[in-house]
Design a protein around this ligand. Structure first.
Ligand SMILES: Nc1ncnc2c1ncn2[C@@H]1O[C@H](COP(=O)(O)OP(=O)(O)OP(=O)(O)O)[C@@H](O)[C@H]1O
Length: 720
């Protein structure tokens, strides 16, 4: 290290020490304030309780108001204290020196997860990563640069950039990076073991990722990103950014995440709190289906559909799914729904108690509100008719009973041949010979998954439904697994801005997956962005997965590790022994998480019994699981979507297990969950999706690893 570097590091250490001192003082002050507030609130409550009888209504209301105010102030102080505690752990991760045009000197801006100002001088010590000036750090190398503020654009020059790793308030290392966020820091971050949950990437957000996070203008933003490109991470950082940027009008109560399942929801639950924001509400399509269909019909869930498809593909069912998975289907169904009132409403006279309303009166009223859903229009006609006839009868001294109202409603409903949305939906298929056979209920009271959202769409478009009006931003993850009709349902239920993200290469159901282009056709005004760099896995793992399902746009990050191994076993018992050996190796390594990813939940269940019987402690995740755990996890590829592990084992990669297009998707998803190591095992002919491994160095023969000891101890049970 040169003298100048040593002096520089000294200066940085002093700056850090001073920052930590200021933060510690602020923490002490806030703790004092919170204790004081707690005492005041207690005293006030006691005073209120002791004097309740002597107080009049106004005094009580006044007093309660004061207590509420003290509670709110105390809550705010607690929130601030949490932020300071977080900053004390790692006050900042970056610095950018910027000289605005016309200024003689550059100012140093330290960047962390929150703003912090010196309470005495009010000078900013740390800039929030979302502050306008911080965009310099993410968007520019050295030299000319600019950033946008609400007041306009500030131009100038970046004279230096530095990155820090500070943990427990101590400087672990720092790098000068004239280029974009330095590769060295990124490499170190990516090389680490996986945490139990998803972590924030605020210190190493890349420029193309920053463009997604900081996009303020798109009403709908669609993000197609290759496996491991950081889509989910970025989407969560985007939510944090929007909450900061629009803090006066947007709060965490107004944001919702549509996630694929509850395990995934739990897996990502730490990111927003780490970024100083509250967790936002989550919803999934099953919850939406339950809300609409609970009282209407039984229905197949997405996971049930996947399980059935993985078992055996029924060509007719696949044809039905394909038919209902296109934008044209949405257009045809919409046409059918909107044309029903024109074509099938037959106005007629309404009669009750010798009073009559003419068919013309009915027709006029019905046609007055053409944009309302048909059943709402019918109710409107019935209500007006009841109102009118009831008054005429009562004015003449007659009586009016509930049965009279019911009779009028029945007469109005009889003018339209369908009793409910379900009847309209069924008729969509029976009315057109070309569509006959495309609606096939699963028994008397259960519909196929492919019909669930078309039916819900029909319900929404034919009668008024409560929407999610309080939601102002919706985040949709795994966009490729949702069909155009599901997006049409979302468009009806959420009239807010949206971020929609996914990867067409990772669709679960190949018969009903949506590409970026398909989703764009539903939201034509959307901004579309693509992320091609993949960060999660080593180059070796990424290259291996590319051979299973090639995406020419994918650019792997240059990070190396052991080549994936395809391990040939003699039989199931041998396969189990090999897996046990891999588990042992993992336990003796410094890796933290291990995912054993089977093709189906059933295979995972069988293997769980086998491994538990051999004394392995593992967590089994199925469709009912709600939380993610660290350690050794065993699950199916579908459930593992979106998750990641240091090491992944994919059992039973035999030809008879991985044969169809859907199996290929599952294999790709399973392999791309691995960050550092990937092992696959089989005991029959290898799946043809892995034929490339013969030509590469990935095959490991029967006797290539030391199995003897473990094999002797293996119990005689089937694998998967
Ligand atoms: N800029 C970055 N700095 C550090 N780590 C990053 C960065 N971008 C992505 N990563 C890491 O890459 C991994 C993949 O990120 P993430 O799960 O968000 O990707 P994804 O595109 O949603 O993946 P998939 O679709 O395969 O589930 C995570 O470990 C994440 O922390």
């Amino acid at each position: 290290m040169t003298d100048a570097q040593t002096r520089d590091e000294e200066r940085e250490r002093r700056y850090l020490a001073e920052t930590v001192r200021l933060l510690a003082t602020e923490l002490e002050r806030l703790t004092g304030d919170i204790d004081e507030s707690a005492r005041t609130i207690e005293e006030r409550k006691k005073h209120l309780w002791d004097n309740l009888r002597d107080m009049d209504f106004a005094e009580k209301a006044n007093f309660r108001g004061e207590v509420d105010m003290s509670v709110r102030l105390a809550e705010h102080a607690v929130m601030l204290r949490k932020r300071i505690e977080r900053l004390l752990e790692s006050p900042y991760f970056g610095r950018v020196d910027f000289r605005p045009t016309g200024d003689p000197e550059a100012g140093a801006h330290y960047i962390g997860v929150h703003n912090f100002s010196d309470p005495e001088t009010q000078e900013i010590v740390i800039h929030d990563w979302r502050a306008p000036v911080s965009s310099l750090y993410y968007d520019f190398e050295s030299g000319e640069a600019f950033f946008e503020t609400p007041a306009g654009t500030t131009h100038g020059e970046i004279t230096g950039k530095r990155q820090y790793k500070i943990q427990g308030g101590r400087l672990e290392y720092m790098f000068d990076s004239t280029l974009n966020i330095g590769d060295e820091v990124l490499q170190r971050e990516l090389g680490q073991s996986a945490d139990d949950r998803m972590k924030n990437i605020v210190a190493t957000i890349q420029r193309e990722q920053n463009a997604v996070i900081r996009n303020e203008t798109a009403r709908v933003l669609i993000l197609q990103g290759v496996a491991g490109s950081g889509k989910t991470s970025i989407a969560l950082h985007r939510v944090a950014f929007l909450l900061y940027r629009f803090k006066d009008t947007l709060s965490s109560d107004n944001v919702m995440i549509l996630s694929p399942n509850k395990v995934f929801g739990d897996y990502i639950a730490d990111v927003l709190p780490e970024l100083g924001e509250e967790q936002v509400a989550e919803i999934d399509f099953d919850t939406i289906a339950g809300r609409f269909l609970a009282k209407v019909t039984g229905y197949e869930t997405f996971s049930e559909q996947v399980v059935t498809l993985l078992d055996q593909v029924d060509d007719a069912a696949a044809a039905r799914m394909r038919y209902k998975a296109t934008p044209e289907f949405v257009a045809r169904l919409e046409d059918w729904i909107t044309s029903r009132p024109h074509e099938e409403f037959t106005p007629a006279d309404i009669e009750r108690k010798h009073k009559r309303l003419s068919a013309d009166w009915v027709a006029d009223l019905f046609h007055e509100s053409p944009t309302l859903p048909v059943f709402t229009r019918l109710d409107r006609v019935a209500n007006a008719a009841v109102h009118k006839l009831k008054h005429e009868v009562l004015d003449k001294g007659g009586t009016w009973a509930a049965a009279d109202t019911a009779s009028i409603r029945k007469q109005v409903r009889a003018m339209f041949p369908y009793k409910d949305a379900f009847a309209i939906y069924r008729a969509f298929y029976t009315a057109d010979p070309a569509r006959r056979g495309l609606f096939q209920p699963l028994g008397r009271k259960k519909i196929e998954y492919a019909d669930v959202f078309p039916l819900i769409y029909t319900m929404i478009r034919t009668s008024r439904q409560e929407s999610y009006g309080h939601i102002r931003h919706l985040l949709v993850d795994e966009m490729q697994d949702y069909t155009p009709i599901q997006y049409a349902v979302l468009r009806e239920l959420f009239s807010c801005t949206m971020t929609i993200l996914g990867d067409a290469n990772q669709s679960v159901n190949p018969f009903s997956s949506s590409s970026l282009a398909t989703i764009h056709s539903i939201f034509p005004q959307a901004d579309c962005l693509e992320l091609c760099k993949s960060y999660r896995s080593t180059s070796e793992i990424t290259e291996f997965a590319q051979n299973i399902s090639r995406n020419d746009k994918l650019v792997p990050i240059e990070r190396h590790g052991p080549p994936p191994q395809v391990i040939a076993c003699t039989d199931r018992r041998d396969q189990q022994a090999r897996i046990l050996t891999l588990i042992k190796q993992h336990e003796h390594s410094d890796r933290r998480s291990l995912g054993i990813i089977c093709k189906t939940v059933d295979q995972a269940t069988t293997l769980t019994h086998a491994l538990s019987g051999a004394g392995v402690e593992l967590t089994f995740l199925d469709y009912d699981s709600t939380s993610f755990a660290g350690g050794i996890i065993i699950t199916s590829a579908h459930i593992a979507k979106g998750l990641e592990f240091d090491t992944v084992i994919v059992p039973r990669v035999d030809e008879d297990n991985y044969a169809t297009d859907m199996d290929r998707s599952m294999l790709y998803i399973a392999c791309t969950r691995a960050m550092h190591e990937l092992h696959l095992t089989h005991d029959g002919p290898l799946s043809h999706f892995l034929a490339f491994a013969q030509a590469t160095q990935n095959l490991v023969g029967v006797d290539d690893t030391d199995q003897a000891e473990t094999r002797d101890h293996a119990t005689d049970v089937r694998v998967g």
